[in-house]
Design a protein. Structure first.
Length: 349
């Protein structure tokens, strides 16, 4: 709409410095121009709010996802609010004030130099939406970061628990533990027997007694070596299936972390582009109104004015580039046949 209606009427005005299309078309042009730019900002807020709900209140959001009426109502409300912000003032300002301040051959709003009105309107049109968009997107990023940390903690906990359970349930570890216990019992009996033999033979030969005690002490050490060997065997009994599962979970966690970082990056780009396109015009408009156009160069004001239209051109490209869900929506609108041919999984990639 901006490219089809607003820009073609504005280009001759800029090149010649004179409005040649009449007073009625001037007002229509102003209403449409202000409406489109304001609705563009409010739609960014609505999209950010929708994504905020989808992340922070996922269950309730999915339950209302099929409610087309509510979605249409929100979109209509955006356009109504965008019109109410500037439309009535553009149409009726000269009738309320009793006279028009616009010279013949020029086209701009009656409140163009009214600092108080512009400051109020700019707060509602830029400052409040910009803070809201920053809040929603920052909340989305923090929520994603929190969920990623929780997933990693759960993954490590499950990994440690599965290792412990594998050690306890390993079929090879149990017989070896029993074997160790049996050998420990046998060695204890051998120790008692050897000690009694040593005491009996002490009267005949002290050397024999020492040998028997040395033998018994060696046999008492055997369970220790068996115990070490058993732990080594039990530690190596993790099944290949379990290892593959753990490796798969680790890969999934890394993929999710990478995807979450990509989402955070795309949100930062959207907020950044919005600020770059709107902040210069808003600030220069307020300053210009305060000094009645004497302190701001016409070149910089025109540059900031064109940035608003550039933002309207960038947004339809920016959202599909950053999010696969918007990409699918645009393909569905522009190329419905292509959507039917391609599988759903391929579109997600």
């Amino acid at each position: 709409l901006a490219g089809a209606f607003c820009i073609p009427l504005y280009v001759p005005y800029v090149l010649t410095g004179r409005w040649i299309f009449g007073r009625s078309l001037c007002k229509l042009w102003l209403v449409v121009d202000y409406l489109l730019c304001t609705s563009s900002v409010f739609n960014i807020v609505l999209i950010s709010y929708d994504r905020f709900l989808s992340v922070t209140r996922a269950v309730a959001y999915r339950a209302q996802q099929g409610n087309t009426r509510q979605a249409v109502l929100k979109m209509v409300l955006v356009w109504v609010l965008a019109f109410l912000l500037y439309g009535p003032a553009i149409i009726s300002w000269e009738y309320i004030s009793g006279r028009s301040i616009i010279p013949t051959g020029e086209c701009y709003a009656e409140f163009f130099y009214n600092w108080y009105f512009l400051m109020t309107a700019s707060t509602l049109e830029f400052f409040t939406p910009f803070i809201s968009v920053m809040f929603f997107n920052l909340s989305i990023y923090l929520n994603i970061q929190k969920r990623t940390k929780m997933r990693l903690d759960v993954f490590h906990e499950v990994h440690n628990q599965s290792f412990t359970e594998e050690m306890e349930r390993s079929p090879e570890a149990k017989p070896s533990l029993k074997c160790c216990k049996w050998e420990q019992k046998e060695s204890a009996e051998t120790l008692d027997l050897s000690e009694s033999k040593a005491q009996a033979a002490a009267s005949t030969s002290s050397l024999d007694a020492k040998d028997l005690l040395a033998t018994s002490s060696e046999s008492s050490r055997k369970p220790k070596s068996c115990n070490k060997k058993t732990h080594k065997n039990s530690a190596s009994t993790l099944s290949s299936e379990k290892r593959m599962k753990i490796a798969s979970q680790s890969t999934t966690q890394r993929f999710r972390l990478s995807r979450d970082k990509q989402v955070a990056k795309s949100l930062a780009i959207i907020v950044g582009i919005f600020g770059i396109c709107w902040a210069p015009y808003t600030l220069l408009m307020i300053i210009r109104a305060g000094c009645h156009g004497q302190c701001i160069s016409e070149f910089w004001y025109e540059t900031s004015f064109w940035l608003l239209w550039i933002n309207s051109a960038v947004n339809p490209v920016l959202y599909p580039l950053c999010h696969s869900s918007f990409r699918r929506a645009f393909i569905k609108l522009l190329c419905p046949k292509k959507l039917k041919i391609q599988p759903h999984d391929a579109l997600q990639n």
